[in-house]
Each structure stands twice: as structure tokens, then as C-alpha cells.
Design a binder for this molecule. Sequence first.
Ligand SMILES: [Zn+2]
Length: 254
Amino acid sequence: MFGVVPKALWSRKSPVDELNRVPLGLNCYVIRTGDHTILIETGAGDKMDARGRERAKLPAVVEPLPEVIARHGIDPESIDIVINSHLHWDHCSGNTVLTPQGAVAAFPRAQYFASRGEWEHAHERLERDGVAYIDANYDPLMEAEQLTLVEDGHEVVPGVRMHRASGHNRDMMVITAESRGETFCFLSDMVPTAAHLQPTWIPAFDLYPLESIETKYRWLGRISEQGWLCGFAHDPEIAFARIGTDPKTKFAIR
Ligand SMILES: [Zn+2]
């Protein structure tokens, strides 16, 4: 998760177990516009086998995402839009659920949105990152005409937009939502946890680390200047944060 940053430094920010695992969230956000209920990301889902789940220390039993959402007081049936920031398994595996007939939409009423470039890249199955993609998370949605592929800057509904922010991979999107003069920004894996606000603290699996640094400066500069509210894809504790500048780490929670 911290790439070339020495463990002596990152372990101060994140507790670590005997297998070098750190606690991470698989965070999903819901936006209610009045006309639409929008879900951003769908988590780790039900497609990983027992060994994979153990390796990642995921709970052995999957609680279906619609049930998690219902437990938080939101009717999962009301979700009519799902946005995937990118198609890595840990962000979209709850898009679909496995049935004897194959994988089907977990949110039957929803239209799903993902980046076109990311969709194409997912199907290339490159040696470097092919392991991050599971087609059952999005191909059945495409077949059912429930998946819309979008370009940089796409406005999903008025005020909610997807913006290409490359670095983690080429076509990952951050998502912004504007309302009453305020802006929320889902940072996705551009800044997976608050510990990654320092622009050079970049996971080893980012495909374009130099671009990650540039992208983080550009977005975090804008976010701190304009006082946006942010959400992290993987912070295990912080659900919402405002970000300011910091003389030592460049950016920090305000
Ligand atoms: Zn991720």
C-alpha cells in the first residue's frame, strides 16, 4: 500500500499484522439527489474463493451489499445508478451477485456507469494487472444493457460528474457531486487513505507513479483551495474529510 516508503515511516500511520497486512475499508458512498439514489463503488463482493478471502483477511461470510445498505437505513431498491471509479475487483465486485444462472445485477433497477478506457483495459488482461479484473463484475451488465461506458468529464446526472485522474491506472475516475454551493469528491485510489495525502506516498501497484504524484498535486491543490468535502476508497476510519495544505506533508486532513 505504501510502495517505496520505508515501513519504519508508514507503520507509524497504519497498524500492521504479522503478515504485513494493514486495515483497509472498502468504502461505498450513496448520493441522494431527490430524483436519483446513486451508489459509488460496490466493494469486494462474492467472487473471491476462500483462500483469496483469507489472504486479504476479508470476512469468511459475505454480507450482501444491498443488506449492508439497508442496515444503514437506505432502501437498496431505491438505487437507480451505480458508479464504478474503475473496475478493479475491490471496487466493483458487488455490482453483480452469483446465481445458478450466472452473475446478475445486484441492483436490478440500476444503470451502471464506468470509464470506457478502463473497460477496454480490463479486457486486455495484461500480465502486470490482469489479476485485478473479474469479468463477471461487469460483462453481464453490458449484456443486459445496464452498463454505460463514459469519457472524462461525464455528467451522470446534473451536478454529479466522473473525471479521469490517471496514475493508479490510466483511466481511473474521481467522482464529484455538487449541491448548494458545496462539492463532495470521492478520491478513489488516487488517495486511498488519509495516510496517502502526501503526494509521494503511492502504492506499489500504481501503474504510473510519476503521473500519480502529478495528479495528486493537481486535484488536492484544487480540493484544499476550494474546501471540498472528500471521501477515501480505503480509509478504515475516516468517512469524510476536508483537506488543507501542510508544510511537511504538502496536504493533510484539516
Ligand atoms: Zn482500490
